[in-house]
Design a protein around this ligand. Structure first.
Ligand code: CP3
Length: 404
């Protein structure tokens, strides 16, 4: 058995307090923790988790069940984490975000670290995902936007012309130094638990920029794509550079994997996806081929695109609930792992329904060369967090494999 990760151990000793998580000053991880475990301590202690734990550690996060599954290697169990695991389903998140805007909260490293850690402590998931948003690097690139509660990203001046595209400038580490700091705090704090970095893929980012906000039809986006392919490709090329640079900052700071979210790519046919989107997503993912961390590529409603999304350079392809994982694996191929795919709405059903679905997905996931259990999209805000905790325990119990 590999040594248990530090955070879950802490969670055992000190469950998250109701509504807690440090409501006023966000200096530490968890209330009342002292010494080496706190973010405050980590800001002055640069020795790092590996050095402190000494030779008893094996490979750290690179040897975790999550990274092993991404690499299609055997592991002690099927790893599980949830998209949007940090967020409104958690009372401690709602408490800590009370008086802080979404974008502002993404720019405060200690707050980012605390929010990122909340679901790891509570649910004992196998990976943390950095608390941020896909539009954070776009704002850093000079686009005037905000994240409006209950709506999502809203762009002040939607992209219409070549001049609008040219105003999206490349980003450097200095433009997102708060992300670099947050990742470093987290990597030190998480020990063996891997941290996932992420970015939005060019199509999904372009959709927000062209529409000016969330859209059901992506009509303006498609009108630009079909009507002015040159401008479309110029826009996506810039966004690919922004996404790639944003991921590179996270990799350099120590994340163990990256996920490229192309949440809205399912709005396209495969032919259009290949023509208008794939080259740009490929640019992002191939730009990280030398990074040495698994690359996950995810979208919603992408049943027809799964093969193409794998070709973009992913090690793991995210699958929504519409496609069973064994079917998805046939489309994606045996050289890639899969991630998914419980319908987030199932978590609102009675437990026996949830349990049956979890067991079905684990069974179907056995057809894949590697399976990371997740939802088919993000946690819904009205989800009972205790159900998420139960799902983690069930996945671990059902998938436990004997180790030497
Ligand atoms: O736990 C995690 O998964 C990490 C945090 C995360 C957020 N956004 C935090 C967030 C991640 C990975 C994202 C990515 C993101 N942002 C995507 C891709 C993933 C997906 O869900 O498809 C997209 C499309 C966005 C754009 C966006 N930002 C939307 C659609 C919303 C929700 C609007 C709403 O209020 O319902 C946001 C805001 C946002 N990003 C919230 C969170 C926790 C909610 C804001 C809040 O709590 O006030």
């Amino acid at each position: 058995m590999p040594p248990p990760a530090r955070l879950p151990e802490t969670a055992r000793r000190q469950p998250a307090p109701p509504g807690g998580g440090g409501s006023q000053k966000v200096a530490g991880v968890g209330d009342g923790r002292r010494g080496r475990g706190t973010i405050a301590a980590m800001t002055t202690d640069t020795t790092g988790a590996a050095a402190r734990d000494g030779e008893s550690r094996r490979g750290g996060p690179a040897d975790s069940p999550f990274v092993r599954a991404c690499r299609r290697e055997d592991g002690p169990r099927t790893p599980v984490w949830f998209m949007r695991q940090a967020g409104r389903s958690l009372p401690e998140y709602r408490e800590i975000r009370k008086n802080v805007g979404m974008l502002e909260s993404c720019r405060r490293p200690e707050l980012v670290a605390e929010i990122t850690l909340q679901p790891v402590r509570r649910h004992r998931v196998d990976a943390a995902i950095l608390f941020s948003d896909i539009v954070v690097p776009v704002a850093a690139a000079g686009v005037d936007l905000d994240i409006v509660p209950g709506t999502g990203p809203v762009v002040a001046e939607p992209v219409r012309t070549a001049a609008d595209v040219e105003r999206i400038r490349p980003i450097t580490r200095d433009d997102v130094s708060y992300v670099d700091s947050a990742v470093r705090l987290l990597v030190a704090e998480l020990g063996d638990t891997p941290l996932i970095g992420f970015a939005g893929a060019p199509f999904t980012l372009a959709s927000y920029l062209v529409e000016g906000g969330p859209s059901r039809t992506h009509a303006k986006t498609k009108a630009l794509m079909y009507g002015d392919p040159e401008l479309w490709h110029a826009l996506c090329d810039r966004l690919a550079d922004v996404a790639c640079a944003f991921l590179r900052v996270q990799v350099d700071a120590g994340v163990s994997a990256v996920q490229l979210f192309d949440s809205w790519a399912g709005a396209l046919s495969e032919a259009d996806y290949r023509r208008y989107v794939l080259p740009h997503s490929t640019k992002v993912l191939s730009g990280l081929a030398d990074a040495g961390v698994p690359r996950i590529h995810f979208g919603v409603g992408t049943a027809e695109l799964l093969g193409a999304m794998g070709e973009a350079g992913a090690d793991v392809v995210g699958v929504d609930w519409r496609t069973p994982l064994d079917v998805a694996t046939r489309r994606i191929g045996a050289d890639r792992a899969v991630q998914g795919n419980l319908d987030p709405a199932v978590l609102l059903a009675p437990w026996p329904v949830v349990e049956a679905e979890v067991r079905r997905i684990l069974a179907e996931g056995r057809a894949a060369p590697g399976h990371v259990f997740n939802l088919g999209h993000g946690v819904l805000p009205e989800t009972d967090p205790d159900v998420l905790t139960r799902v983690v325990a069930l996945v671990h119990e059902v998938s436990a494999r004997p180790t030497e």
